[in-house]
Write a protein that binds this ligand. Structure first.
Ligand SMILES: *[C@@H]1O[C@H](CO)[C@@H](O)[C@H](O)[C@H]1NC(C)=O
Ligand SMILES: *[C@@H]1O[C@H](CO)[C@@H](O)[C@H](O)[C@H]1NC(C)=O
Length: 352
């Protein structure tokens, strides 16, 4: 009969210990929002808002399209790397079960907005209220695996990212010259309405147990290649869309401050992606490669080095830009992250 060698026993012990330590360090991560953070939910839906064919994913580790709207990694992937977790799976993925389920989930769906009427042209997408229903369903599934108390702890200890709002401008208010929303409300009134509706969504998220929520502002929408082509102002970014962002982003930060005050804790943290992406865009080489005409398809004109560009397709940042955005989330000053950056949050929460 073979007896296990001492070395073997110690080895497995070390393995078990380090696995345990890794597990304890990796933070559960939930993602909500639109295409900027969708990691493939739309692959499972009958919608035109999808990124499951080449050249999407050309710089992803597998060099294959995954449903991420990026040439490579997206913002959630890069946050996962930094917090020591595996990339979280799309909620609709059949692989999301057992241990993987307990590491978090990504509910995001390309095309959606704060409002239900945003992205109607994409037909079958997971609107915000539905993402929150799925979050409840997620919790029921987790309870079946680990019980009520552990599930509550898991959700409370998680980091949450929500990125939504850009489509309420580009795929709603500014989609057509005389869109229903723009005939109904002036831009300042529309922005106030969005903020009010977003507040309800965030409050619901908090009531569902989220306790650290990173909320991103809208990026520099007016500089996206599609908008440059359609409504660029004197060859520069669209002044109208930049005005929308400059109205929206400060009110978003104000609303988050108000929510934290009401709750009595820093649950919501504002990430000003507008500023960090703009920093990158101010680099003269940063535009392209699609110049905003047409879709990102196999026949698109691929530039050889995607690392030189802020945008990958007509609307979405390149992996390189995503890296810069995530870097700022972790170590930016209060100009980028309010009231604190993710490094500070991770340190604080590790002590709690
Ligand atoms: C969006 O639709 C859902 C489901 O029909 C509804 O509960 C919710 O109130 C709607 N939101 C808005 C802002 O109309
Ligand atoms: C943000 O993160 C860095 C660490 O990466 C830290 O030095 C800095 O003080 C933090 N906070 C602010 C407000 O800059």
């Amino acid at each position: 009969m073979a007896t296990p060698s001492i070395a073997g026993v110690i080895f497995s012990l070390v393995l078990a210990l380090s696995y345990g330590a890794l597990q304890a360090e990796a933070r559960v991560f939930f993602v909500f929002g639109d295409s900027l953070v969708d990691s493939g939910n739309n692959n499972y839906l009958a919608t035109t808002a999808r990124a499951d064919s080449p050249p999407y994913g050309i710089d992803y580790p597998t060099h294959r399209p995954t449903g991420r709207f990026s040439n490579g990694l997206n913002i959630p992937d890069l946050i996962s790397q930094r917090i020591g977790s595996k990339p979280v799976l799309p909620y609709l993925s059949p692989e999301l079960r057992g241990q993987r389920l307990l590491q978090g989930a990504n509910f995001a769906s390309a095309g959606i907005g704060i409002l239900n009427d945003t992205g109607v042209q994409f037909i079958n997408i997971i609107r915000m209220y539905r993402q929150l229903e799925y979050f409840q369903e997620y919790q029921r599934r987790a309870r079946a695996l680990i019980g009520v108390d552990q599930t509550e702890r898991l959700v409370k200890g998680a980091l949450v990212l929500i990125t939504v709002g850009g489509n309420d401008f580009v795929n709603n208010y500014y989609l057509l010259p005389y869109s229903a929303r723009s005939r109904q409300l002036s831009l300042p009134k529309y922005v106030r309405y969005l903020i009010l509706e977003y507040r309800k969504i965030l409050m619901k998220l908090y009531k569902l147990g989220a306790s650290r929520v990173l909320v991103t502002g809208t990026g520099p929408m007016g500089c996206a290649p599609a908008e440059l082509a359609m409504r660029g102002t004197n060859g520069g970014c669209s002044a109208e869309l930049q005005r929308a962002a400059s109205l929206y982003n400060p009110q978003l930060v104000g609303m988050l401050k108000g929510l934290n005050k009401k709750i009595g804790k820093t649950v919501f943290v504002a990430a000003n992606t507008q500023q960090s992406h703009l920093d990158f865009i101010s680099d003269p080489q940063a535009f392209g490669p699609y110049n905003g005409l047409g879709l990102c398809t196999v026949s698109s004109d691929l530039c050889p080095n995607r690392n030189l560009y802020a945008f990958w397709d007509a609307f979405h940042p390149s992996e390189k830009a995503n890296r810069l955005i995530v870097e700022k989330m972790f170590s930016g000053t209060t100009k980028y992250m309010y009231p604190m950056n993710l490094s500070t949050i991770m340190t604080l929460d590790a002590m709690a």
